[in-house]
Each structure stands twice: as C-alpha cells, then as structure tokens.
Design a protein around this ligand. Structure first.
Ligand code: FAD
Ligand code: NAI
Length: 470
C-alpha cells in the first residue's frame, strides 16, 4: 500500500492551484485539489478577473453609444440599459469558465476534494470531514480584500461593498465613492461611471495606480478626470456611517487637517488585498508568516517546511492571475523533480479600463534608482498614440508608449503603454524582454501596419533617437 493517498495535494483551486494540479497530473503525479468554494477557478474566475472584464466589456459598449463615440462614426443610437441582462452575461461567462476547469480536472484525473483544508501535520490535511494524506502539499489559498477600520463592508445591503459586492449591484448608484485609486477602484469605478453613476475616487497617495511608471500615473489622473471621475488624491477616509441606503464618509487630508463629510449611495472599499492563511493550521506544521502575512518561499516555491510548497497571492509578489499560474506550473514541475522557473522581473500588469494601462519591467524611476540615481545611464523613448495611424483612425487619441533601456547595453528594462489595446500590446514587450532584446532589436523588427503595436516600434526608435512619425 502507498505511504500517502496522493503524491500531491493542492490547497485552493484558483489560477495558482488549479494550474499546478493539472500540470502535476500531466507529469504523472497522483493529484488532488482541495477547494472550499462551490465552484473551481478561485477569485479570478468567480469574483475577479473574469466577471470584472465581462462588466468592463459590456459597459464599454454602453458608454460608446452614450458618449458620442459611436455617433461620431455615423452610428446613431440611444442606448437603454438592461442591467439584468448585463449581469446575466457576466454570470454565464463565469459559469462556462469555472465549469471548464471542472472538465479539465476530470480529463486530467485530478480529484476535487470539496471543503476547507486545515493542516494536521505536513503530510496530513483535513478537508471538510475527510482526512487526506499527501507526500507534497502546495498552498495556493489566494487572497481576500483588506478591510478598512471604521468602514464596515456589507455586500448584501449593497451600500458599502468590496469588489465582489460591486460586481453584483442591482441598480446603478447615483453617487459612488471608491476608496483606493488602484486597479480594482479604477476598473469597477469605470464600470459604474459608464453606466451612469457619479464616481468619486478617494486615494491616500498623491497619484493613482501605485507601482506603475510615474508618467503613466500622471496621465491616468488626466484621462480619468476627462472621463468625468472626480479624484480626491492625498486624502484618507477616517470613518463611515450607514443609515438606510445612504453612507456618510468622513475624509481628511492624508497629512492630517480639517475633516469633511461626503455622502454616497454606494461605497467601494478597494485598498488592497491580503493573503488567506486563517484556519489553514500553519501552526500545526510550524510555518510562520512574514510581516505582511505572506508565506515565504525560495525560488523553487519551497516553504521552510519539507514537502510544503506555496504559490500565487499567498506568497510575495504582484497579486496577479498570470503570476499565480506561472508559479503553479513551475512549482508542480519542481514537485515532479523537474526544473520549474519563473522570471519575476518580467511579469506584465494591465489595468483593463478605457484606455488600458499596461507595463512590464522597471519604471523609469526604478531604472534610475537602480543606476545609483544617475539619469544618464537610462535612455527613454516615448511615442504618443495620437501619432499612431490606427489609434488616430479609431478615434483613440489618449495615451503613449514608453520604452526604457540601459544607456550602455541598450537592453530593454521596461515598457509602459496607455492605449485601447495596451494589454495585448504589452505581451510583445514581455517576450522581447524575456529574450533579452535591445531597443534596437524592437526598432528594427517589422511591425504590421496599421496597428497600435507600431507605437512600440516607434518608441524603441525614440530610444535610438530617430522615430519617424513625430
Ligand atoms: P485565488 O484565485 O484567490 O484562489 C484561492 C482559492 O483557494 C479560493 O478559491 C479559495 O476559496 C480557496 N481556499 C482558500 N483557503 C482555502 C482552504 N483552507 N481550503 C480550501 N480552499 C481554500 N488578476 C489579473 O491578473 N488580471 C485581472 O484582470 C484581475 N482582475 C481582478 C479583479 C478583481 C475584482 C479581483 C478581486 C482580483 C483580480 N485579479 C486579477 C487578481 C487575481 O484574481 C488573483 O491574483 C488570482 O486569483 C490569484 O490566484 P491564486 O490561485 O493565488 O488565489
Ligand atoms: P491596489 O493595491 O491596486 O490599490 C489600492 C489603492 O488604495 C492604492 O492606491 C492605495 O494607495 C490606496 N489606499 C490604501 N489605503 C487607503 C486608504 N485608507 N484610503 C484611501 N486609499 C487607500 O489594490 P486593489 O485595487 O484593491 O486590488 C487588489 C489586488 O488585486 C491588486 O494587487 C491587483 O494586482 C489585483 N487586481 C488586478 C487586476 C488586474 O490585473 N487588472 C484587477 C483587479 C485587481
């Protein structure tokens, strides 16, 4: 009889966990995956990436019809919102994709253990009422919304909500206050603004989108303001009271000062996410968390406890689905005795608003800091979308592409893009960087015309000092 029930038990079936389980099974490991949710796919498929993109896509059409974009192209329509249908198509997308993971589990013979998992010891895990033993365990439990003291989230009431609640609003709020001008706040704030809400974003820092390139952050503020969002930067929320269907927030300048109140029909709390480790029984295996509540691993995704591995939002790094997936694959390969690697220097990030904001690698500020503060060691080329023939023809003038390269070696250090399809464009930059490209390599690569991607080529030509179209 085998010593353990499974070669591998994965805890959590989000993009980190389900991908790890499938890869492990493909490599011949007897694999199970514990998931406490009703459906597979984790945050991303159930309440994150997929449903938010379904609402962003649909609301973008509504906005284009309402704000004159379509009329400018000779299509005159007066849109009427059917929010139930919009929510329906979102739920359909989620159902199909989560069902798809269930199909993949069956196809690859991954056993789904339904229930919440708690370690008894490093090789024994209680999942619901069942006890499962495994030679290896991957923790892929993901993350949940960070609460804001004094602002109590109640998704059922639909007044103070988190991202999950904001995806399910039954009516368009008249006035929505978004706390946190990061990715979730801007994506979901955009959805409800497009559908008719007055949206006010309250952000603690002096710019939106922390972590992105400085020029991108400045441009983001201009673009969202132009679209009608009100931005209250360098401002903090100090409290919230709810009476019936109305919330009253108290705000203060981030540096301290006089407070004021702000009323809203809906408040979205989106100030970040934190790792899920409560109830996992980590104390039973002697695994400690770092100061940010994350599980630390080495570059092979091994924790300090033999046979226990971790990937995705629960470990350090950007909380992104594709980062979790790549770690899941690499970790499973390492469990199977192969060499799985993730290059954490080349992980693209995309904000799926209109236009999209995307980047990969270093920001200009980071590149200069890495060069010891010497600006001459970093070369930058920038190309406005206004001068890109396709963007101009499509009436999409906002944005630019910025290529950042090492002044000596010309190696590309980072690429940033604001464009309607920046999320798609950034893949070519990531690939170029993965192959160690120089800006000259990109500048001399033939790009199809007319495409938005030509702006990347032109920005790279800018690093060389010789763009054609500006
Ligand atoms: P998760 O997807 O969080 O999955 C973890 C799973 O583990 C969950 O299903 C949970 O129920 C389960 N679990 C936890 N503890 C236990 C336990 N003890 N026992 C059993 N099961 C357990 N990222 C992008 O890259 N692109 C996007 O467009 C994007 N959009 C987003 C939009 C929103 C609104 C949100 C909230 C997030 C978005 N993200 C996006 C982030 C993305 O969802 C996460 O980075 C990704 O889901 C992390 O994957 P994971 O596998 O680490 O964890
Ligand atoms: P975030 O980290 O992107 O943004 C949070 C924002 O809130 C920051 O700008 C921060 O300065 C601000 N903030 C923090 N405390 C505050 C306070 N008390 N008052 C006002 N502002 C405050 O976090 P967000 O948007 O909640 O998203 C969580 C995670 O989900 C992110 O790490 C992101 O990677 C992931 N995600 C990714 C998406 C994508 O890839 N398109 C979409 C949505 C989420």
């Amino acid at each position: 009889m085998a010593e353990y029930d499974y070669d591998l038990l994965v805890i959590g079936a989000g993009p980190g966990g389900y991908v790890a389980a499938i890869r492990a099974a493909q490599l011949g490991l007897k694999t199970a995956c514990a998931e406490s949710r009703e459906t597979l796919g984790g945050t991303c498929l159930n309440v994150g990436c997929i449903p938010s993109k379904a609402m962003l896509h649909a609301s973008e059409y509504f906005d284009a019809a309402k704000n004159g974009t379509m009329a400018n192209m000779g299509i005159e329509v007066t849109p009427k919102l059917n929010l139930d249908v919009m929510h329906g198509q979102r739920r359909d997308a989620v159902k199909q994709l989560t069902g798809g993971i269930e199909f993949l589990f069956k196809k690859n013979k991954v056993d789904w253990k339904k229930g919440f998992a708690t370690f008894q010891d490093a090789h024994t895990v209680k999942v619901g009422d069942e006890t499962v033993t495994a030679k290896n365990v991957i923790i892929a439990t993901g993350s949940s919304v960070t609460p804001l003291p004094g602002v109590e989230i109640d998704n059922d009431k639909q007044v103070v909500v988190d991202s999950t609640g904001a995806l399910e609003l039954k009516a368009v709020p008249k006035k929505m206050v978004v706390i946190g001008g990061g990715v979730i706040g801007l994506e979901l704030g955009s959805v409800w603004r497009r559908l008719g809400a007055e949206v006010i974003v309250v952000e603690f820092l002096d710019q939106l989108l922390p972590g992105m390139d400085g020029d991108v952050r400045k441009e983001a503020a201009k673009i969202f303001k132009k679209q009608g969002m009100e931005l209250r930067l360098s401002t903090k929320v100090t409290g919230c009271t709810v009476k019936g269907k109305k919330a009253t927030l108290t705000l203060e300048p981030a540096a301290g000062g006089e407070s004021e109140t702000l009323e809203a029909d809906c408040v979205l709390v989106s100030i970040g996410r934190r790792p899920n480790t409560t109830g996992l029984g980590l104390e039973n295996i002697g695994l400690e968390l770092n100061q940010r509540g994350q599980i630390e691993t080495d570059h092979e995704f091994r924790t300090k406890v033999d046979g226990v591995w971790a990937v995705g939002d629960v470990i350090p790094g950007p909380m992104l689905a594709h980062k979790a997936e790549d770690e899941g694959i690499a970790c499973a390969e390492n469990v199977a005795g192969q060499t799985g690697i993730v290059n954490h220097d080349v992980i693209p990030g995309v904000v799926y608003t209109w236009p999209e904001f995307a980047g990969v690698g270093l920001t200009q500020e980071e590149a200069i800091a890495k060069a010891g503060g010497d600006k001459t060691k970093v070369k930058v080329g920038k190309f406005p979308m206004m001068a890109n023939s396709r963007a101009k023809t499509n009436h999409e003038p906002d944005g630019f592409v910025k290529v950042i390269a090492d002044a000596e070696s010309d190696r590309v250090l980072g690429v940033w893009a604001i464009a309607s399809v920046a999320g798609t464009m950034i893949a070519q930059a990531a690939q170029a960087m993965e192959f160690g490209a120089t800006s000259e390599d990109i500048a001399y690569t033939c790009h199809a015309h007319p495409t938005h991607s030509e702006a990347i080529k032109e920005a790279a030509m800018g690093v060389q000092g010789k763009p054609i179209h500006i």
